[in-house]
Design a protein. Structure first.
Length: 262
């Protein structure tokens, strides 16, 4: 039985991903910070699933949870899904600095920590993969989502670097790039870009892409600009394609118009 470790699984993309992997026959390790939501998820998953709390910033907690899950699979881990993330929207100068630092600590620090601590398990597993949840906000810095956007740029860079570094270990590292997804995290976001572009994706849409990547058996190189990146949804695919062929000033103009800039 293949094994998957999923962070941020209490709601939204993480929860949908856990359910879809469970239905696909994986042993699911699903982790988050809300005990009540985790209890509800535990009832929805099969008997092989492990569901528990995890602060993704805590390397020791990662080590404990990984040992518990991999201990059921001869020390192996087939797929790591780094999904945990938070968001604060609004004008950069008006968002408290402590809130913005938390975005970096969780979105970037959590992903880095997970990759670092899980590496021995992934290396021991033939065909292992890391799938990071990035965002179309990493195409060009997003006004009113500045720090969130910066965190996804960091995940973009980490994904590209580790895919090169870990190729010799037989580990594939990729990222999914949705635009705005109809989850609780986005429910109260009211920015010029959400108003102009709308929220057209569901958590299930993104989860389907993640499970599809995990199930791929052929990794033939994709045409640029994709590489290790996989945009989700029509809008993200269009924006991502433009990124690879248009000059930077055009990308800036597209984003300026989408965010109501002058």
């Amino acid at each position: 039985m293949r094994t998957v470790f999923i962070t941020g699984a209490t709601a939204g993309i993480g929860r949908a991903t856990a359910v879809q992997f469970d239905r696909a026959g994986y042993r699911v390790g699903a982790y988050g910070r809300n005990p009540d939501a985790l209890a509800s998820l535990r009832e929805e998953l099969g008997p092989e699933a492990l569901v528990d709390t995890l602060d993704v910033r805590d390397a020791d907690a990662w080590a404990t949870r990984l040992a518990e899950l991999a201990g059921r699979s001869d020390g192996k881990l087939d797929v790591l899904v780094n999904n945990a993330g938070i968001l604060s929207s609004g004008k950069f100068a008006e968002i408290p600095l402590v809130d913005q630092k938390a975005i970096i600590d969780i979105n970037v620090g959590g992903t880095m920590t997970g990759c670092h601590v899980s590496h021995p398990y992934l290396k021991a597993t033939k065909g292992a993969q890391v799938i990071n949840v990035c965002s179309a906000s990493a195409i060009y810095g997003q006004a009113e989502l500045a720090t969130y956007s910066a965190s996804k740029f960091a995940i973009r860079g980490l994904t590209e670097a580790l895919d090169l570094e870990w190729a010799g270990d037989g580990i594939r590292v990729s990222a999914v790039w949705p635009l705005f997804v109809a989850t609780d995290m986005v429910a109260n976001v009211d920015t010029a870009s959400t108003r102009s572009l709308g929220v057209s994706l569901t958590a299930d849409d993104v989860a389907k892409e993640i499970v599809g990547l995990a199930e791929r058996r052929s990794w033939l190189p994709l045409p640029l600009p994709h590489g290790v990146h996989y945009p989700v949804g029509r809008q993200a695919k269009a924006l991502f394609s433009l990124m690879g062929v248009t000059p930077g000033w055009i990308n800036r103009e597209i984003n300026r118009r989408a965010t109501g800039g002058h």
